[in-house]
Design a protein around this ligand. Sequence first.
Ligand SMILES: Cc1cc2nc3c(=O)[nH]c(=O)nc-3n(C[C@H](O)[C@H](O)[C@H](O)COP(=O)(O)OP(=O)(O)OC[C@H]3O[C@@H](n4cnc5c(N)ncnc54)[C@H](O)[C@@H]3O)c2cc1C
Length: 425
Amino acid sequence: MKGSSGAASGPPLSALTRRSLLTGAGGVVVAAPAIVRAQGLSKRRVAVIGAGVFGTWTAEHLRRAGHAVTLIDAFSPAHSRASSGGESRMTRAGYGKDEIYSRMARDSLVEWKALSSRSGLPIFVEHGVLFFTSKPDSYFADSVAVSRKIGLPIVEMTRATMAQRFQMIDFAGVETGFLEPGFGALMARRAVQTLARQLTDKGVIRRTMAAASIRTNGRTADAVISKLGETIQADLFVFALGPWLPKLFPELLGGRIVATRQEVFYFGTPAGDLMFQPGMMPGWADFNGGDVYYGFPDLEGKGVKFAHDTHGIEVDPDTHSRQYSAAALANVVAFRDRRFPGLRGAPLIGSEVCQYENSSNGDFLIDRHPTMSNVILVGGGSGHGFKHGPEVGRLAAAIVLSSGPQTEPRFTLATKATKQAREVH
Ligand SMILES: Cc1cc2nc3c(=O)[nH]c(=O)nc-3n(C[C@H](O)[C@H](O)[C@H](O)COP(=O)(O)OP(=O)(O)OC[C@H]3O[C@@H](n4cnc5c(N)ncnc54)[C@H](O)[C@@H]3O)c2cc1C
C-alpha cells in the first residue's frame, strides 16, 4: 500500500523536506543529520527492495534469522515485466564444470519442494530434464561427473535410448544426452507470489513503492526514498532489482548488467494427445552445436513451451515491447517442426516477452556496495537464476548479517566486467 507506515518506515514527509537532500551519482542522496538508532541490537531492520525470486528468498532467510524485514516493490511480486514473472522456469543441475551452480540447484530444490508442499497448487513439477547434443563436449561429460560427485541421479543416454523413450522428439543428428530425473519445472510467478504471501503471513511488511534514491549518512545508507518522497529507514538494505539494478546504480552497474530481449512461445497440443504431458515428455535443451533451444511439456494446459536461448537485443525493461516478433516466432516454429514433428501445424496459444539481466559472464552478483557498507547488491540472474533463488537468498542474507566481505569470489562486483561474454549455461 503506497505511503502506508510500517516497522521500517521513516519520519513523516514534512520532516524529510526540512533536510537538505543532495542527489548524487546514481540517485544517491546525501543527508545532513544522522539518524539516532540503537546499536548492537541483534534484531535488525532490513529493507529488501525488489520482490522477484532473489528478493523474496533473501527476505525469507532474513525473516528466518529473526530480523524485521520490509519487502518493497514498485509492482507486484513476479509481475509480468519482471524477470521472475514467467509461467515456468527450468531447474536442473547440469552446469558442466561449474559445480557451484550444480550444488546451488540441488540445495535450492529442497526449498522449492518444501514451498511446493506448503502451497495449494504445485510449484515444482518433477518431469525430468533431458539435455542432448549433436557435438558431445566437455560440458556434457563434466555435468555427468559433477552430478555423480554431489550425489544426484543422472542417466547418460545414447541417441537410440532417447529415441525409444521420448518418441515426441526427432533426434536426427543427435549423438548423446543425459537425463536428470529429479528435476523439472518451477511454476515461476506462482512460486514467487506464494512465497511473498507467506512472508506477509509471517510478519514481513510489504510495501508498494518505486525506490528512486538512497539517502546516506557517511559511509552507510539510512533510507531509501521514492519519487514521491516516501521514505523507508532501515539498518541494512538489499537491492535485488533484477534488470532494473543498473537504473538505480548506473555508475556502478551500467554495462555490467545488461538486459536482453527474450521471447518464449506456447503451442497447443493435438486434442486428446497425452504425448506432450509431463511424465511422458521431459523438460529439454537441445545444444545443437552451441545454438541452444529449450522447452517444457504442456504444464497445466498452458501449451508446449519453446524458446531460443540466445541473447536478444539490449532492451530497457520499462519500455521494450511485450509483443512477440514474427522473426522469433518463425525461428522457433522452424526448430519445432524439425525436432517435434507431432507439433507441426500446432497453434500458437501464448507468448511471453521478458528479459535476461546478464552479467558479463553469467555469474551472479551478490556483494556489498563498495561505498555504502550496509547496502547489498543482488542480481545478474543471466537467464539461469530462477532455480537458484533459495540459495542466492541464503548467501545474500549471510552477507547482510556479516561484517566481512562476501565469501564466493565469483559473485563479487569486482568480477563483473563491461564486456559481455557468456560463459555460464
Ligand atoms: C524468458 C526467460 C527464461 C528464463 N528461464 C530460466 C530457466 O529456465 N531457469 C532459471 O533458473 N532461470 C531462468 N531465467 C532467469 C530467471 O528468471 C531470472 O534470473 C530471475 O527471475 C531474476 O530474478 P530477480 O529477482 O533478480 O529479478 P526480477 O524478477 O526482475 O525482480 C526484480 C524486482 O525489482 C523490482 N524493482 C525494480 N526496480 C525497482 C525500484 N526502483 N523500486 C522498487 N522495486 C523495483 C521489479 O519491479 C521486480 O519485481 C529466465 C529468464 C527469462 C526472462
